[in-house]
Design a protein around this ligand. Sequence first.
Ligand code: PLP
Length: 393
Amino acid sequence: MTLVESAADWSRDFGPFGNERETRIWLNAAHQGPLPRVAVEEALNALSLKRDPHLITDESFVIVPQRLRTALGHLIGVRPEDVILGNSASHGLQLLASGMPWRSGDEILVVANEFPATIFPWFIAERRGARVRRLEFDGPVLRSDHLTSELSDRTRVLAINWVRSYSGHAVDLEDLARVCTGAGVYLVVNATQGLGALPLDVQELGLAAITSSGFKWLCGPYGTGFSWIREDLLRVLEPTQAYWLALPDGAELDLDHVQLRLRDDLGARAFDIFGTANFLNFMPWAAAIEYLLDQGIDRIAAHDAALVDLLISGLADGPYTMISPRAPEERSAIVVVSHSDEGRNDAAHAALSSAGIDIAMRAGHLRLSPHLYNTPDEVEAAIEILLSIGSGR
Ligand SMILES: Cc1ncc(COP(=O)(O)O)c(C=O)c1O
């Protein structure tokens, strides 16, 4: 299937964006991914359950989380029962930071100017004697040689974003995982800005844990997320919660108080966010992930990469500096550029917006993040407007 054919199919499965007077072009998945139409329908189904509660069956409290776990398991190559349901990327990081058996002086490495979601949760571990150390380095991403020079026998965790939010660089996870595995360090990855747009098999890479928001490239509602924690790490993790609805498959709910007790046979389920049948969020999110899986994450990644190619080549001769990498192996679906006269970035953003094209301004730069529903024509429309922005002098 060519880029144009696939784009034509997928754009019809979303939106239309805007209103009767004006259609808009959404080049901002790194901020919010739109629900595909099948997920909008599922959100309406979820709403109708609440409008007419006799439709909410006891079984649905099992079926809704199970469906979501299954879809997420397929997405990252793990068993459904090993998926931890969450409401954010932060949820999974917080489980680790508050549940790991810290010893005084343990070190958690993070990247100095990382998106804060990947740094904040670890501060809780500092109350238990661990120390968060922010790594500074030359170049856009942490590389294994630098990581090796920073490791010590106190290092327990490296927590890092797969794709950098403000530049679009994708970290070489395989390279970092090799060093971490060799040194007995847990590699914890926030996959929020990659998952859904790039394929990821967590087992193959040898990661210790991943976490992700659901509302960007996974096209779910805001307030969705999940994590996966490797078995050896999960085993030493102290649950910091106990939930009446957390049960192994087939177990009966004990509403008679006969054997109320803390369970130790829950595995990943012991760490789910409360409200595991969160109908309004989890029903549409499951539908969105199933939809993405049906299209094929590899095909989506190829489509997104072709749109990124178009942006890179289309802007090559204009007044823009490419902040994002050009090399395919370092790229993601995020393209960040800056006008040579940086003060003109605001004007470029405003011109795009008044032409009905939505992108983001981040750290003073222009961030474009196309996804499967975007077409080459839409990307070309954005390029044309960007190229029309002169120096303003
Ligand atoms: C890398 C990254 N992680 C996490 C988030 C959001 O975190 P959370 O889902 O915990 O609110 C964002 C964007 O908002 C992000 O860019």
